[in-house]
Design a protein around this ligand. Structure first.
Ligand code: FES
Length: 179
């Protein structure tokens, strides 16, 4: 009887540990500004302040590869990846790793004055950006940039070519060894 209780207890502890690890792995790559709004919002952990902020929207213009401009209005706190996904914007291949900093398909190019307002870039984002095609001095990853009031009206350029770092590394690992 007591071993049965112990087994149930251990199973529940394992389930709780796994759930905690999943939550941590989902939040680790989100920029802090996004965690406070989009992350809570997605999980229904809204505070009155975040609900009020969510009402405030900013306008973003994406210059797409085909030369067309896609304009979207989105709540402050959302990442640019959220904007593309939530509004189903037609940007081919964007955000393949869903914001886990593993692909660089969310590469975007900013105007210089806007780029300066984006805030610090983490080492992890920098590492992933290094794998992006067409890298510029004002490149960032859309999954790591959160909307703020000062960014209202910004224009972003979608690079002509995207690179999925995961696919590239898979190709390398399955390539025959060089002799
Ligand atoms: S969505 Fe993959 S790195 Fe941003």
């Amino acid at each position: 009887m007591s071993s049965c209780i112990l087994r149930v207890f251990l199973q529940r502890a394992a389930v709780l540990r796994k759930a905690a690890q999943q939550t941590l792995s989902q939040t680790r790559t989100l920029p802090a500004a996004c965690v406070t709004d989009s992350y809570r919002h997605a999980r229904g952990i809204n505070t009155i302040a975040s609900l009020l902020r969510a009402e405030e929207k900013v306008t973003v213009h994406f210059l797409n590869r085909d030369g067309k401009t896609i304009t979207a209005k989105a709540p402050i706190g959302e990442s640019l990846l959220d904007v593309v996904v939530n509004q189903e914007l037609d940007i081919d291949g964007f955000g393949a790793c869903e914001g886990t900093l593993a692909c660089s398909t969310c590469h975007l190019i900013f105007e210089e004055d806007v780029y300066k307002k984006l805030g610090p870039i983490t080492d992890e984002e920098m590492d992933m950006l290094d794998l992006a095609y067409g890298l510029t001095d004002t490149s960032r990853l859309g999954c790591q940039v959160c909307l703020r009031k000062e960014l209202d009206g910004m224009i972003l350029r979608v690079p002509d070519v995207i690179a999925d770092a995961r696919a590239d590394s898979e190709k390398e690992s399955s390539a025959p060894p060089k002799v």
